[in-house]
Ligand binder design. Sequence first.
Ligand SMILES: Cc1cc2nc3c(=O)[nH]c(=O)nc-3n(C[C@H](O)[C@H](O)[C@H](O)COP(=O)(O)OP(=O)(O)OC[C@H]3O[C@@H](n4cnc5c(N)ncnc54)[C@H](O)[C@@H]3O)c2cc1C
Length: 461
Amino acid sequence: MAGNNVDLFVIGAGSGGVRAARVAASHGARVMIAEEHRVGGTCVIRGCVPKKLLVYASRFGHEFEDAAGYGWTVPDATFHWPSLIANKDREIARLEAAYTNTLERYNVSLVKSRAVVEGAHTVHLLSNEATVHAETILIATGAWPHMGPDIPGREHVISSNEAFHLEELPRRIVIQGGGYIAVEFACIFAGLGSEVTLVYRGENILRGFDDDVREHLRNEMRNRGITVTCGHTVAAVEKSGDEFVTRLSDRSTVISDKVMFAIGRRPNVMGLGLDKIHVKIHAHGGIEVDEYSRSSVPSVYAIGDVTNRVNLTPVAIREGHAFADTVFGGKPTPVDHTNVPTAVFSEPEVGVIGLTETQARERLVRLDVYKTTFRPMKATLSGRDTRSFMKLLVDGATDRVVGCHIVGPDAGELIQVVGIAVKMGATKADFDATMAVHPTAAEELVTLREKAMSYGRAAAE
Ligand SMILES: Cc1cc2nc3c(=O)[nH]c(=O)nc-3n(C[C@H](O)[C@H](O)[C@H](O)COP(=O)(O)OP(=O)(O)OC[C@H]3O[C@@H](n4cnc5c(N)ncnc54)[C@H](O)[C@@H]3O)c2cc1C
């Protein structure tokens, strides 16, 4: 136990906080970490990990169907939601214990309590009303689902947090949102057999992604029976017996057994005492920090979703590690937030890195676009109506690949590897010089020879 005097106090034992605490301790710091909920944070308890387990579950149905074309007869398969949830919960508990053990192994003191900032060097623990003095305070409190304006019936609506703990699989579900979490849950529920209506206020899902990716995935989702309604919002939700009647902004209604909102997440800055010491909050709602994650108060740092920079687990982890190396390892380490590869675990998956075509056209003097859509080989015998999509964006002046966008099976795995090449500054000539692996879908990336489009500055303006 580090006592009430520590070198580092971390608020929040999620992806970023745990990494920062462990690395700071390995540099010799006396570290205390507070967690008000469960060790592991959003990613482990109610984010990436349980989500990916549900994604796996949701894909078996298609596999059973596709098997027929390959000569298999699969007897009528049935699905039992409570078994999936119980198994998932067991795995999450195992991971939570592993995270806790790691902290113990590194002699980090874990306090199961809400913690708030009291001064530039003091933290208050709500569980026992203790005050801890710390040379440095790290805010790693993450973010929380935002449920939007107070529309009638909002109390009936669940967020992704509750979706992981439903007692039964909803036969019909309405999901409002167009970001990756809404899209992933739409695909999960559809894959498990629910009738899904996705409602999004914008003109197309996955705002911020490349337009071709957005269009391609929307069509694929529709092919899989998901109703995608863009340009509308949920105006009200009414409970009628066991059902919910969702009224949309165009006055149409959808009847379902559950209504879920995934319309964004807000940094957890409220009630933390940050105003007391004048920690600056950025216009986007996160804690304002410099490249070393230092806030406007020199002894207070912030990492991860609470800073609202790039809200992904590997980024929070990298920021936590860099913070610890900077402050306790004598190695100032800024975090590079460019070219972060990312995936959407939809069906089919999306994997992207770098600029979208719109961004590239705005920023580059010359841009070459290479793209292809094709039927994945597995779909030939299975007869499944699906297409994959790949696009490379190449700086016409330097030949560097500045963007790669994939929709298709294992796109998340592919983009991790393509990400290395893009991060290293690979050129289109490097891609072309790489021998194909045949027969794979990924070979398309090294055999794209014909430009789909070329833009010069004059054309872009
Ligand atoms: C449904 C869903 C799916 C996701 N899928 C992916 C994915 O596939 N890939 C990916 O990279 N990212 C994904 N994310 C995002 C990812 O989970 C977050 O970016 C990541 O967890 C951020 O880590 P963090 O350390 O900033 O915060 P968190 O992991 O949220 O940890 C913050 C912790 O602080 C605790 N806390 C808050 N306030 C206090 C306080 N005052 N005192 C004590 N403790 C406090 C919280 O209880 C929490 O445990 C997903 C998120 C969601 C919601």
